[in-house]
Design a protein around this ligand. Structure first.
Ligand code: CMP
Length: 225
């Protein structure tokens, strides 16, 4: 039996239980402690990963050492496939936001699945297409949306991934520091904090350390548009 998060992963989504279990058998489990780096941007890579527990952040450093967060991943999310399909250096650094577990799949173990099960290739292509759409949207937001709009969108996205419903709204334990939230939004910590404080004053969110409760999803969604 593989767990439900894995079934949602593109790699497994197209496979029946038996095939999914066989694929999982060929994957190598790895534990990454909070703050540890799995791989660095620029490293050579021939292995993709699926998160099974915890949170992994993908970050990108600018020439002058500033960091931006591309995405925060949770159980069921896949990463590291770019340098597997297009051999070359890793395009981002992957490190653990919380104690995490991943399953790694090397090139040689993936190839028979790609050749023998077209549905696996199709699901992976779909995941890549989805990522490109999201990247285009992020680029467009960086150009056209203001910082509060981007903060609202980031909170909603984190909510979709890590949120749990409460009687008041959506509780999102994102585990990110203020600095990391700012890196995710692509703005300074001060500007992001100002936007968060404004949302809190309006009663749209309740702020806590490394978490937020979204009290008014509708207003926040409108602000994110
Ligand atoms: P790879 O380049 O092997 O290692 C870093 C991984 O980060 C990359 O594969 C993708 O899986 C992931 N990645 C790179 N850019 C983005 C992005 N813009 N959005 C989401 N994930 C990304």
């Amino acid at each position: 039996m593989i767990d439900s998060n894995l079934h949602q992963t593109p790699l497994f989504s197209a496979l029946d239980e038996e095939a999914a279990s066989a694929l999982k058998q060929s994957m190598v489990p790895q534990t990454i402690k909070k703050g540890q780096t799995l791989f660095q941007e620029g490293d050579p890579g021939d292995r993709l990963y699926v998160v099974t527990e915890g949170k992994i952040k993908l970050s990108h450093a600018s020439g002058d050492g500033r960091e931006s967060l591309l995405m925060v991943l949770g159980p069921g999310d896949m990463f590291g496939e770019l340098s597997l399909f297009d051999p070359g250096p890793r395009t981002a650094t992957a490190s653990a936001v919380t104690d995490s577990k991943v399953l790694g799949l090397g090139n040689t173990d993936l190839n028979p699945w790609l050749a023998g099960r077209p549905e696996v290739s199709k699901a992976l292509l779909k995941a890549l297409a989805h990522r490109l759409r999201r990247t285009n949207e992020t680029m467009s937001d960086l150009v056209f949306a203001d910082v509060p709009g981007r903060v609202a969108k980031a909170l909603l996205e984190l909510g979709e991934k890590f949120g749990t419903k409460t009687s008041d709204g959506l509780y999102v334990h994102h585990d990110l520091t203020q600095e990391e939230l700012a890196q995710l939004v692509g703005a300074s910590r001060e500007t992001v904090n100002k936007a968060l404080a404004d949302f809190a004053t309006r009663g749209w969110v309740k702020l806590e350390t490394r978490s937020v409760e979204i009290l008014d999803v509708e207003r926040l969604s409108k602000r994110a548009r």
